[in-house]
Ligand binder design. Structure first.
Ligand SMILES: Cc1ncc(COP(=O)(O)O)c(C=O)c1O
Length: 491
């Protein structure tokens, strides 16, 4: 028997529930009996029967030794890792674990400027010093790709004492850098590579998809099984490989960040998602890739629409593309991505993954069939018939803000006393909050950085162009929170 056919955790909880034990433990709904009847009926008895807690026979995610340990080992085997840790706190929890496992207070970590907020949160928790790298911008789509090997090389030459390099691979839009090359470079400095693989849970399972973090030799990857791997929302995995990172340290950190009431429904869904990927991933993904490519070709024949494809591949930042992501550029229709998202919802009950000023993003997974794809195509054809020939929207050139000077550790800034000052007069002050512009979703300022006149001009320029500037408590952007300057007390 192929060991990947086994689901020790899922089978274990189901067998336990079948024995119908009398429960004097939490959860207090006790197999649903004590639950609001409408919800109980809706959710169903099966789900409630395995909504259990870490009693003796069911192992413990905080110190796995039984069915959870076995399930994690099978996942490690499937993903080509030495160790896999299950997360019931999403990939955010796994990312924070990666960063905190390798960074101590004052340690440097090399990260792209467009990282997910969980990376920035972890930098604050760890007291680490971020060394930012600008991602490469795509001027057609107005989105950020990944970071290049050359940029990582420059960062490592300047900061050979960094404790880790973090890479987003693939990006939300399915673009990857030459991860293997970045890993080899970082390893030549004995520095581990941590991969935010939130959008790449499936790529390990089909040879036509970009190389996964573990295949490329990375040391850790936070991989959202719930996004594209078929498990339930909030469940994720953290893969560890090689000897630059201590798995016992990772276990200790993930445990510190995890609830003691871990959901067995989420854990069991990780176990079965892994089985499905390991046994059937290749054939299921072959079909997914076929459907996505078919959709891409059809979309590219619709007047006014452009769906990103393999033609973007070939630069240092665009080493390969995951074809299952449909990034559809809509500005030639005279509409923004937001307007198209709303139009699809209202007219066709279609919900896209996300939209920005110029694009919508649709993800195709092995949950899709021909029927859904054709519905999307018909909707987009109708959209084009209604809107093409209108003028295309005036495109705002999207360029990157300068990365400001960090005057305080983000953690120190986070814990400092703050005051609100008018943004117009804030040059020279140290900011205590985030300000970012979306697209491209890159922080203009983060806690601890010194605001410059150039930053203020950039913010106002973006607001005037209609680009959403987000982050500060004062959403009107009139005021900004800065660190209080204490002047000397007069004697
Ligand atoms: C690039 C990236 N990293 C990390 C995450 C966090 O994943 P999760 O929602 O599973 O916590 C996301 C979520 O959207 C993401 O887009």
């Amino acid at each position: 028997m192929n060991p990947q056919e086994r689901t020790p955790l899922f089978t274990g909880v189901v067998e336990h529930a079948k024995q119908n034990p009398v429960q004097f433990h939490i959860p207090g709904h006790k197999k649903g009996q004590g639950m609001d009847p409408e919800f109980r009926q809706f959710i169903g008895e099966n789900a409630l029967s395995i909504d259990l807690i870490n009693i003796g026979p069911l192992d413990d995610l905080h110190a796995p030794h039984g069915m959870i340990k076995e399930a994690q080992s099978l996942a490690a085997q499937a993903f080509g890792a030495d160790h896999t840790f299950f997360s019931v706190q999403g990939t955010s929890g796994a990312i924070m674990t990666m960063v905190i496992s390798v960074c101590q207070p004052g340690d440097k970590i090399i990260v792209p400027r467009n990282v997910h907020k969980s990376v920035l949160s972890a930098i604050i928790f760890a007291g680490a010093v971020p060394v930012f790298i600008h991602p490469v911008m795509d001027t057609t789509f107005g989105i950020a790709h990944g970071i290049t090997t050359s940029a990582v090389r420059t960062a490592l030459e300047k900061h050979p004492d960094a404790k880790a390099v973090l890479v987003i691979n693939p990006t939300y839009f399915g673009v990857v850098a030459n991860l293997r090359e970045i890993v080899e470079l970082a390893h030549s400095y004995n520095i581990p590579v941590l991969v935010d693989e939130a959008h790449g849970a499936h790529i390990h399972f089909h040879p036509d998809l970009p190389e996964s973090a573990m295949e490329a030799g990375a040391d850790m990857s936070a991989t959202s099984l719930h996004k594209l791997g078929g498990s339930m929302t909030q469940s994720s995995i953290l893969n560890v490989k090689g000897n630059l990172v201590s798995p016992t340290r990772v276990q200790a950190v993930i445990s510190m960040l995890t609830t003691t009431s871990t959901s067995y429904i989420l854990l069991a869904s990780l176990d079965t998602a892994r089985r499905q990927l390991a046994l059937h991933g290749k054939e299921m993904l072959a079909q997914t890739i076929r459907l996505a490519n078919q959709a891409r070709n059809q979309i590219n024949q619709i007047p006014g629409l452009y769906c990103m494809g393999q033609e973007i591949v070939g630069s240092e930042a665009t080493y390969a593309l995951d074809p299952t992501k449909l990034t559809i550029h809509v500005s030639e229709l005279g509409l923004s991505g937001y307007q198209v998202e709303k139009w699809l919802r209202e007219k066709y009950q279609i919900e896209v993954e996300m939209s920005d000023l110029y694009n919508i993003l649709c993800i195709i997974t092995f949950g899709d069939r021909e029927k859904e794809i054709q519905l999307l195509i018909s909707a987009l054809q109708k959209l084009s018939q209604e809107h093409y020939n209108n003028q295309s929207i005036t495109k705002v050139p999207i360029y990157l803000p300068e990365i400001p000077v960090l005057s305080l550790l983000p953690r120190t800034a986070f814990y400092s006393e703050v005051e609100r000052v008018p943004l117009k007069e804030a040059a020279g002050r140290t900011i205590a909050e985030f300000i970012m512009v979306y697209p491209p979703g890159i922080p203009i300022l983060m806690p601890g950085e010194i605001i410059t006149q150039e930053n203020i001009r950039y913010i106002y320029e973006n607001v005037e162009s209609g680009l959403p500037v987000l982050g500060p408590e004062d959403t009107t952007l009139e005021y900004v929170k800065v660190i209080i300057k204490h002047s000397a007390i007069q004697g």
